[in-house]
Design a protein around this ligand. Sequence first.
Ligand SMILES: [Zn+2]
Length: 513
Amino acid sequence: MLYKAHSAAVYGIEAYVVEVEVDVGSTRMNEFNVVGLPDVAVKESRERIRSALKNCGFDFPSPHGVTINLAPADVRKEGSAFDLPMALGILGCLGTFFGKPLDSCLFLGELSLDGGVRPVRGALSAALAAREKGIRSLAVPEANAREAAVVEGVDVFALRSLPQAVDLINSPESFKPLRVDAHGLLAEAAQYSVDLRDVQGQQAAKRALEVACAGSHNIIFIGPPGAGKTMLAKRIPTILPPMSLEEAIETTRIHSVAGVLEDSRGLVGTRPFRAPHHTISDAGLIGGGAIPRPGEVSLGHHGVLFLDELPEFQRNVLEVMRQPLEDGSVTIARAAISVTFPARFMLAAAMNPCPCGFFGDTTRDCHCTPPQIQRYVSKISGPLLDRIDIHIEVPAVKYKELRSQQPVEDSGAVRQRVIQARQIQLQRYAAEKKVYANAQMPPKLIRKHCGISAEGEKLLENAITRLGLSARAHDRILKVARTISDLDGSENIEPRHLSEAIQYRTLDRTYWA
Ligand SMILES: [Zn+2]
């Protein structure tokens, strides 16, 4: 007796439909074989399936043997999501469904020993794969139902247990598909628990953050421990424009296949803020594994990647960030496979001004020698620093500022200005490919959109020669000045915009000499 059920496997952030073919009785007694390149978790399915069937009161087909084929047979399958379709295939062979085919529904779910259905990774991608293949409905673990239901055009059924799945097949009329309003879900999920209002003082740093967000510029904070660098960075998502539904779905897919989708709402509605520790490996940062899973750069897609204590990161780890910073995606090549994950994030970094942290602090002594400081700063590779447009010093907050009763602007107000500046940019780059904000301007567009007056020319020349700014700082200054003028609603880049942009090149100046 042969029975077929549909399931799905994840590959990169895509899922593909897997056919689970179950044959009972054609192999030797008591045998239970799974073929079709299963990994260890798939092979362990048989123990879970045996127990689940027995504990739910179904007959396990012993002494008949069971053979299961996962097709296509040449692609490696991992994980435990095939438990449910395998168990259903066995039940089909035993006549539980009276010969009714299972092909109109795609099943996903890990089984617990008592027959409960546990969450799996990649349900949203599986729903997209089902729709593409013309499979009308999807039965998934309850915890994954909302993310799957975001996909229009498929009926999603939430399952708690194996017997419930059997009922769904035998009497579908008594089940209602889960309906979600994706836009409503997004609005509900788009709430931040932090606000720029929580940060006292630091006006200059807040202004730099606003400029960074307005032009999608990468930023680095330089300041002593405890000055509030992390606190500021955490609030970047709150002043970036709200996520579009398309962005939210993309980010949710990545978090779902990585198994880190925390939100029971089923949609990542706030821009991610990822802050990996400096001991992270390159695989942790860009992704890895036998069947590669996304790393931090992809989990931060459409959000912020924050690298605190930047000079402490391994150099080779920082090197691997060059591709995502350049392309907005990352490719992980293995012997047989190569997977590309989206990785478009805003980079925020922080560092102390010197190894002890108190260089330039008026209240603490710093005994670091110039060579020590030089060595510390040079740990950050030039090519990485090259991709950071804005450098801002974050000094320790003075007591007076900390106790100030002055009203502090909230994230919402700053965000409005950011959105306006972004809209100007979206119009400006409407005809360009892959350019959405000033930070992404290639040299050709810098020449086109960053013209400056003779007065501005003089100012810039002065800065570069007198302050000892590097030549490569030149383009960065123009891009940032473009953003500042957009925030100002000004068509032209005025000298005052340039002067502000020049101030954001701390690390280019002979600051530590
Ligand atoms: Zn020091």
